[in-house]
Design a protein around this ligand. Structure first.
Ligand code: MOS
Length: 721
């Protein structure tokens, strides 16, 4: 039976007292060799025997309806076996996790490139050829695709604290600036892929999924079948970044086609399809208002943002998420507009909210520092609030000041000069800083741990999207049960296992890790009983249980396996403490005087995210986030066709991400921290902390180098000059 725990009922102590010293170690991923040697089967590579191949058919108009499908010609092609139109297609896969029912599209088309059907053939090439030749008659409607000139714009209610207008009037120093950030694409290395296999009523889907328990619901819903009949397997995933939060079209298409055909069907998206028919991060226009007194203490903080999405989508980028809690200021205002346009739907892309919201906020803080003639590090330190500026709730562990101070010292911040004062040849040199913040969440998560006489097995439908879940769940188990990591086997990505939080919103490691911790704790209690010992007196190490001066080998102690299933749930969250990861980014850049080219010379991040579960995988997450920060500062920009709205740079040759030579040595330092309020293992999310604020450190460094203020991202040479 599952033991369920609420966060406010659990004691987060035991990990520190086990003394195994496995948690935190830079354990290499146990599955890493299988992945890099090509032996780990990703969704498209699973061997299911004979199968057919499906290729998605996509709308060639921006807005309208399908009137008729002329498939007579392609049905006669050699090797073509079937054509399905997808009238129950799910449009925005991001919504599933919010608990909303995915919208059924019918034959309506809302953006160019929208998947509307699937052509199935004996081989992939034939299917691709036939999908391109399928003739579809549409009724086409006029579509608006420009967010700046949309006639349909929805406003959220203004959120006001105090009186920002008066505060801005009375402020000694003010900033009122507008920022533009580009649309981004997740573009995970592994494209979206699925193989569907039916046995009678039962569907097995080999997919690439971040949130398996929601994906089961969504897929069952799309197919009109019971959830019990859907089995999803997703043990290896080549990245997600939000694009695989919800079930996506290839999985639905493969399932429909395989059911009709009576044989397995595989559907893999091309890179171009991933780019323009999964989801994107919206472009934003943001306006920041900051007012400060003579000492540089904030009195006013305002954040307005304009984002876009297709009509009727529930998701709007939570652009101002960090603005709510990062800095003090009694008078505050937030508002948002969502332009309803016909571009690829927007949804969650790594650190939805902070990733772009903090580009604006942290640039505005740099502008305020300039205006108030304060050092940007000092300005931030002066504005760290005592308690949450809106709710008065205290913060849980928060080492923002330490990150800023230690970082400044180590980075050599005191070498920073005024703009245009440091020059090497034709290159101006400058330094920039930005805070990092990403709110922390705990989601319900369940795991089963089995202790056998020779080791332990962990089972949960948690996913590892490349983040290191296999490693950290192993380490928690090894720590708690006193086993070497080689004797712990972690099994993930199978919907028949207990339901985990899944990977998203940086909640995965701490949520799933807490459930494994609690299951292991329950196993320890069983062992203590067998040893006739108080739980606290029990030590487990090297496969030996000790109590006082008595000790017993686990293999002698266990007459049968011990199986425990535990679930963590959030408690009365948010009332006692507000939990977030924090950090500080420092960057040094060189800007070429004549070409406007920007080179990042050094970059360093100091992060405090509670207990670090694995130093190596945590560092890799921060590296990835900081590199994406460089990308959002200098390179990444999904360009939309001004007439038809689709993304024109829809592959990794044309959509520029930082390449090796764009990324200098990135130093990552973790501060030692425990967050008692966050979850039983005192860890916080780290997958999205590294990107939050990172890009602004780079563009603030551009200002410090050459005196050009970057308010449009990315800062390509035409913007810098
Ligand atoms: Mo994340 S963008 O919630 O996978």
């Amino acid at each position: 039976m599952t033991k369920a725990f609420r966060m406010d009922e659990v004691q987060p102590r035991l990990l520190d007292e086990t003394n195994q010293n496995v948690i935190g170690q830079p354990l290499a991923r146990p599955e890493g060799y299988l992945k890099v040697s090509g032996q780990a089967p990703y969704a498209a590579e699973v061997d299911v025997g004979e199968m057919a191949h499906g290729v998605l058919v996509r709308a060639t108009i921006t807005k309208g309806r399908v009137l008729r499908v002329h498939d007579e010609k392609i049905r006669k092609m050699d090797g073509v076996v079937d054509v399905h139109m997808l009238d129950r297609m799910i449009r925005n896969p991001a919504q599933g996790m919010m608990g909303e029912s995915p919208e059924q599209l019918g034959e309506r088309i809302d953006y160019l490139g929208q998947p509307i059907g699937v052509v199935v053939a004996e081989d992939f090439e034939t299917a691709r050829d036939a999908a391109l030749q399928l003739e579809i008659e549409y009724s086409e409607e006029e579509a608006e695709v420009d967010p700046d000139n949309a006639s349909n714009t929805e406003w959220t209610d203004k959120e006001d604290y105090g009186d920002i207008d008066t505060a801005m009037d009375r402020a000694e120093f003010t900033v009122d600036s507008e920022y533009h950030t580009a649309a981004h694409v997740a573009a995970a290395m592994e494209p979206h892929a699925a193989i569907a296999v039916w046995e009678g009523e039962k569907l097995t889907l080999h997919g690439s999924c971040q949130l398996i328990k929601f994906n089961v619901k969504e897929l069952a819903d799309a197919l009109g079948i019971a959830e019990e009949n859907v089995h999803i397997l997703s043990p290896y995933i080549g990245g997600g970044f939000g694009s695989k939060l919800g079930i996506s079209p290839e999985a639905v298409a493969a399932s429909i086609a395989a059911r009709d055909l009576g044989k397995p069907v595989r559907v893999v998206m091309s890179r171009q399809q991933v780019f323009d028919s999964v989801l994107r991060r919206t472009e934003t226009t943001q306006r920041l208002f900051l007012g400060a007194d003579a000492d540089g203490r904030l009195t006013a903080v305002g954040h307005h943002d304009r984002v876009s999405n297709v009509p009727n989508e529930g998701f709007s980028e939570p652009t101002n998420q960090a603005t709510h809690f990062l800095y003090s200021g009694a008078n505050r205002r937030y508002s948002q507009e969502t332009a309803r346009i016909h571009r690829t739907p927007s949804g969650s892309v790594r650190a939805p909210g902070e990733a772009v919201g903090m580009l604006a906020l942290e640039t505005a803080m740099d502008e305020l520092a300039e205006t108030a003639r304060l050092d940007p590090v000092e300005l931030r330190l002066r504005n760290i609030p005592e308690t949450h500026p809106e709710t008065g709730v205290p913060y849980s562990a928060r080492m923002l000041a330490e990150c800023l101070k230690d970082g400044a010292k180590e980075f050599g911040w005191n070498q920073r000069k005024a703009p245009r004062e440091r020059k090497e040849g034709d290159w101006f040199l400058g330094m920039g800083v930005a805070s990092a913040a990403r709110m922390n969440m705990l989601l319900p998560s369940e795991a089963r741990v089995t202790l056998t006489p020779t080791g332990a097995i962990v089972e949960t439908d948690m996913t590892d999207i490349g983040t290191g879940t296999y490693a950290i769940l192993n380490q928690i188990t090894a720590e708690m049960l006193g086993l070497p990591v080689e004797l712990v086997e972690v099994r993930l990505g199978d919907s028949s296992y207990p339901s985990a939080a899944g990977s998203g919103g940086s909640f995965g490691a701490a949520s799933s890790g807490s459930s494994v911790f609690l299951a292991c704790k329950a196993i320890r209690e069983q062992i203590a009983k067998k040893m006739d010992c108080e739980g606290d007196d029990l030590t487990l190490s090297g496969g030996i249980a000790r109590c006082g001066n008595r000790e017993k080998k686990l293999e002698d102690l266990l007459d049968a396996d011990i199986v425990e299933t535990a679930q963590i749930k959030p408690g009365k969250t948010g009332k006692e403490a507000f939990s977030s990861g924090f950090g500080a980014h420092f960057a040094e850049v060189a800007v070429h005087e004549w070409t406007g080219e920007v080179r990042v010379k050094r970059m360093a991040g100091w992060f405090a995210a509670g207990r670090i579960l694995n130093e190596r995988t945590a560092r890799s997450q921060c590296w990835g986030g900081m590199i994406w920060g460089i990308g959002s500062a200098l390179h990444e920009h999904a360009s939309h066709d001004p007439r038809r709205g689709h993304i024109v740079n829809r592959d990794l040759a044309n959509y520029h991400v930082p390449a090796s030579l764009d990324v200098p040595q990135l130093d990552v330092t973790f501060l030692d921290e425990r967050d008692d309020h966050a979850n039983p293992i005192q860890a916080k999310g780290i997958g999205e902390l590294g990107i939050s604020g990172a890009g602004a450190a780079v563009t603030n460094a551009i200002y410090n180098a050459c005196g050009v203020r970057i308010r449009t991202f990315p800062a390509t040479p035409d913007i810098v000059l």
